[in-house]
Design a protein. Structure first.
Length: 313
């Protein structure tokens, strides 16, 4: 990757900023399913922002984000019957799905332009406590770029709604990741040997997870501000249509044609060219319902931010 490739801003990277060979491989994912492409874009975006919050330099951020774009490239060779299955995978199908890590590594290693980014494909499902795949490596044997991508990947996968699962809220998703960051006692102490090689370590890095909290809070607070702006707009619209409705009812109750025409002219002063005076009550009802729904959602988002700020690992 050359230095001339840059981001449009500090938090968003688009696939067309990438090397042609990388763009080609990512485009291939479009042929699999819409979820895989969207997942790839989202994981790369979160990865970039995690790197910034972890104070990584621009070179590492660019490199790690590119790894994130390619992390699922091995899914090109996963059978569609498994990759696009609308229900939960069987144990056998899950074993097939897991091979996308080693397949992705081979794809990258076989292309000189992709070779530098092979670590993301191979290691993004490895766990610090050795419970991951494909090789069950431990701790700092897992490249840091892959540790970052794993956190972004897990969060995006948990919160994304697929055919076979319902949506999981961000707070619940973060609580799942918190559990993954905490060390756990193995169910069978006979298989406890790996645990003692990295004492006190969970599956994912706590520092990276804390950075994810900040990403989610920033996103939610931005959404709150955007929705507040829209709510203010709705308030203005409700006031405008209310005034139109005042004259609408006068028009409906008018006893003479001249009065009706007078009130109709007054109504038009408050309506936009495409709006139908006869539909004013419906317009107002829809605006008020939308306003109420948006206000309720803002309240929910503020509650989510409050909950996230109270989370601890």
């Amino acid at each position: 990757m050359k230095e001339e490739f840059d981001f449009y801003n500090s938090t968003t990277i688009k696939s067309y900023n990438l090397d042609e060979a990388i763009r080609y491989q990512i485009k291939m994912l479009d042929g699999l399913d819409a979820y895989t492409r969207k997942h790839t874009e989202n994981v790369a975006n979160i990865t970039c922002r995690l790197c910034e919050l972890l104070h990584m330099d621009k070179g590492f951020t660019l490199y790690t984000t590119t790894c994130a774009y390619l992390h699922d490239i091995g899914k090109l060779f996963i059978p569609p019957s498994v990759l696009q299955k609308p229900s939960k995978l069987t144990d056998e199908e899950y074993e097939i799905m897991k091979t996308h890590t080693s397949i992705g590594y081979k794809i990258c290693m076989n292309d000189l332009k992709l070779r530098p980014y092979a670590a993301g494909a191979l290691y993004h499902h490895e766990a610090l406590d050795g419970s991951g795949y494909p090789h069950g490596v431990l701790g700092n044997q897992i490249p840091y770029e892959a540790q970052i991508i794993r956190v972004a990947d897990e969060f995006e996968a948990i919160t994304a709604k697929r055919q076979y699962k319902s949506h999981v809220g961000v707070v619940d998703a973060l609580n799942i990741l918190i559990n993954n960051a905490r060390p756990t006692l193995p169910k069978d102490f006979k298989d406890a040997s790996k645990r003692f090689l990295v004492p006190g370590v969970g599956k994912i890095d706590k520092k990276v997870l804390k950075a994810l909290f900040k990403v989610v809070i920033d996103d939610t607070e931005y959404e709150i501000v955007s929705r507040c702006d829209y709510v203010d707009f709705l308030k203005t619209e409700i006031k405008r249509v209310n005034e139109a409705q005042r004259y609408y009812y006068k028009m409906v109750g008018a006893l003479t044609e001249s009065k009706r025409e007078y009130y109709k002219a007054e109504i038009k002063c408050y309506l936009k060219p495409h709006e139908d005076p006869e539909k004013i009550p419906d317009m107002l009802r829809e605006l008020e319902n939308t306003y109420k729904a948006r206000k309720e959602h803002i309240t929910k988002l503020n509650h989510e931010v409050s909950q996230i700020k109270r989370l601890s690992i």
